[in-house]
Design a protein around this ligand. Structure first.
Ligand code: EPU
Length: 435
């Protein structure tokens, strides 16, 4: 054995499989809304208060981006950010933070709107294949911004943005948000055609409206924004995280347990819940939540990811785990990100039978999973590998857990309250590679 101080240490989730999950779990505010609302706070001088902020690494990174821009983010109250924005904000974002956090691209719209100029590093985030921002930039250009590209940054200059009719060729969440953020104080009317309809878009519109913006149609394919001269700080509560909720719902379904997930609007999970029912789970919609009971036998179902109200790509890897345990052959088609099957090689190592052809995954089940060391390649893949560990024989180690920390608050602890045997620990890294 090598001397202690020369050993390499790695962090991992350690999952002992075989337990049914039962009980109640409360999800936090939606990561993919909270990140944007914090960015939106930049639009008004003064203190905006955002409640139901999830305790996740991505929020820490976003707070650091805002602080770099000159805002003060008071996190002394639980799940609350009080964002104090000065009269003049910084105009450029720090590359090291932006590369870690793709959502930081949303500061482009507000910074440009406030300062007439913005320079942002090329965004990072989960590695899900090609993740373009061409629609964000062409929309801002249509609104009068002059866009220039540096080696690793983008600069936009527009002393005064003006409204425009922007037709998106794809209902991009991020582009819709950036256009909304730029348009609320632009001169004239902006219309977004083929806008994204995710619940997080309506949430952003809700906060911006509370700040004094004039927005119609958020949540529909056409959003109309009448620019106003300025916004005021506001208080707002972030919508519940439908993806975190869906992850616990899948945990109940695959382990044959019963889990009540609170803090989410079941309407935001319409299609995932339908798929869980089709797979044999019992699903009860409650006020502010949902109760899911897993069946003795799961059945194969076909799933196609699409922008909302379609099946969310952010629940696709969790569904792959479920389908690996379902009787029959399922086909799961990924239409949103071209790099979102990274979990497949790891799930196969655990014993799943999945063939990927282009953007289709053919899953044959049920296959008995056996615990092994696997790697979280991205946020949702990592969370889903932990789910796989819940139904695997023996012990599953999920390494690179920092990906999971980006979007799940105390994932191991919450699963433990449901009866799972999951811990988070620092381990000695085996010298000859993981099992
Ligand atoms: N796209 C373009 N050009 C653009 C913008 C997007 O080609 O200008 C493409 C992307 O390359 C991608 C697709 O359109 O293939 C979808 O991108 P979209 O803009 O809709 O997604 P996003 O804003 O980058 C957000 C979430 C993702 C979630 C997607 C889809 C945040 C921070 N991220 O990403 O969340 O999967 O919407 O719902 O809000 C996650 O939480 O795990 C996650 C990846």
């Amino acid at each position: 054995m090598p001397p202690l101080d020369s050993r390499d240490v790695m962090d991992a989730f350690i999952v002992h499989g075989g337990r049914s999950l039962c009980g109640r779990v409360e999800v936090g505010g939606a990561k993919n809304s909270a990140l944007k609302l914090v960015g939106a706070a930049l639009l008004a001088e003064g203190t905006s208060t955002l409640e139901n902020i999830p305790d996740i690494a991505d929020m820490e990174a976003m707070a650091a981006v805002l602080e770099h821009l000159g805002a003060r983010v008071d996190r002394s109250r639980v799940a609350t950010y009080a964002v104090d924005v000065p009269a003049e904000i910084g105009l450029s974002t720090p590359p090291e933070l932006v590369r870690r956090l793709r959502a930081s691209i949303v500061v482009l719209g507000p910074v440009l709107a406030r300062g007439g100029r913005a320079r942002v590093a090329m965004p990072g985030g989960c590695n899900l294949g090609s993740r373009n921002i061409d629609m964000h930039l062409s929309a801002l250009a249509q609104m009068g911004a002059e866009i220039t590209y540096g080696p690793d940054f983008i600069q936009a200059v527009a002393p005064r943005l003006r409204g425009a009719r922007v037709e998106l060729h794809y209902a991009s969440v991020g582009a819709t948000e950036n256009i909304m953020l730029a348009a609320v104080t632009a001169e004239g009317i902006t219309t977004i055609v083929n806008a994204a309809r995710e619940p997080e878009i309506a949430d952003l519109a809700g906060f911006l409206t509370a700040m004094g913006a004039d927005i119609r149609g958020a949540g529909t394919p056409e959003i109309t924004i009448r620019g106003v001269p300025g916004l005021s700080p506001a208080s707002y509560r972030v919508v519940g995280d439908r993806i975190e909720a869906g992850t616990y719902a899948v945990a109940a379904a695959i382990t044959g347990g019963t889990v009540q997930v609170c803090g989410v609007d079941a309407d935001h999970l319409r299609l995932p819940l339908e798929k869980l029912r089709a797979a044999g789970a019992e699903v009860e919609e409650l006020a502010g939540g949902v109760r899911v009971t897993g069946p003795d036998v799961l059945h194969a179902v076909d799933v196609v990811t699409l922008p909302f109200p379609g099946f969310p790509t952010d629940l696709q890897p969790q569904l792959l785990v479920l389908l690996s345990q379902a009787q029959g052959t399922s086909m799961l088609t990924e239409n949103v990100f071209d790099g979102r099957f990274s979990i497949v090689s790891e799930l196969t190592r655990l014993g799943a039978e999945i063939d990927v052809e282009h953007h289709h995954a053919i899953v044959r089940g049920p296959r008995r999973l056996r615990g092994a060391a696997v790697r979280a390649m991205d946020l949702r893949a990592g969370a889903s590998l932990v789910l796989a560990g819940l139904v695997a024989d023996g012990v599953t180690l999920v390494t690179d857990p920092h990906h999971i920390d980006r979007g799940y608050s105390d994932y191991a602890g919450r699963l433990r309250t449901l009866g799972a045997d999951v811990t988070r620990a620092a381990l000695d890294r085996p010298t000859a590679g993981v099992a």
